[in-house]
Write a protein that binds this ligand. Structure first.
Ligand code: C5P
Length: 237
């Protein structure tokens, strides 16, 4: 069975991140490095985790003019990350620039291009929040629209909430990667996540990769927790 688990290293220091990565590497597919850890520990940490052979998902959610995003994506590609994120609302030209920069930079290095994942509507946004920024359609319609825009730009993957998985699976090509956070088991604290599925449910709904944070890194034994989530997915096959 393919291991679909990326662990979110939502910890503030390189030392904590490296300790977790070392413990968890044999039980997971890779590690997600987000804004807090990247701003505090930087590209050096990405290189150190990559040097252990683990895959890295660099979740910096780029959104800027196409030229700036292309350069940031090229720099992330040179760090040899396997996935990275851009905001789909950055528009067609920005998304094309991001995808092209990933492919061109990886090509010059003789490596496969990282997956450039489109982030649609942040799960923290309500319909009222969208209206405030001038988006009058409902959330599902807006997500759908942004996914189609991303596909037009050549994106090969998207981040979505677990409850959007089944709907999006029916509109994206089979080869499109769907990456889902918001994963909680029956005994996990939901924390601030409101719309969750368990790992086996998310895989059944069409997730390619699962991003799991607190249920693994905040568990008394993170390695055991990752292994039992993986076993639950395996049992569901
Ligand atoms: O701890 P937890 O499992 O909730 O962590 C989920 C990870 O996925 C966090 O790093 C969080 O920032 C990220 N994420 C999310 N919801 C999104 C996008 C990213 O939970 N819509």
């Amino acid at each position: 069975m393919r291991n679909p688990i990326y662990v979110a290293l939502d910890v503030p220091s390189a030392e904590q991140a490296l300790l977790l990565a070392d413990q968890l590497a044999p039980a997971v597919a890779g590690f997600k490095i987000g804004k807090e850890l990247f701003v505090s520990a930087g590209p050096d940490l990405v290189k150190r985790i990559r040097s252990t052979g683990a895959s890295v998902f660099l979740d910096l959610k780029f959104h800027d003019i196409p030229n700036t995003v292309a350069k940031a994506v090229a720099a992330a590609t040179r760090l040899d990350v396997q996935m990275l994120t851009v905001h789909a609302s950055g528009g067609l030209d920005m998304l094309k620039a991001a995808e092209n920069a990933a492919k061109e930079t990886a090509g010059t290095m003789g490596r496969p291009a990282p997956l450039v994942l489109g982030v649609t509507v942040l799960t923290s946004m309500s319909a009222a929040d969208l209206h405030q920024v001038g988006v009058e359609s409902n959330i599902a319609r807006h997500v759908d629209r942004l996914v189609r825009l991303g596909l037009d730009a050549g994106l090969r993957g998207f981040v979505c909430s677990p409850l959007e998985l089944a709907g999006l699976r029916s509109i994206v090509p089979e080869s499109t990667a769907l990456v889902s956070p918001g994963i909680r088991g029956p005994n996990d604290a939901a924390g601030d996540q409101k719309r969750t599925l368990s790992a086996p449910e998310a895989i059944d709904a069409g997730a390619t990769w699962l991003v799991i944070g607190r249920p693994i890194y905040a568990a008394p034994n993170p390695r055991l927790s990752a292994e039992s989530i993986l076993a639950a997915i395996g049992n569901g096959r």
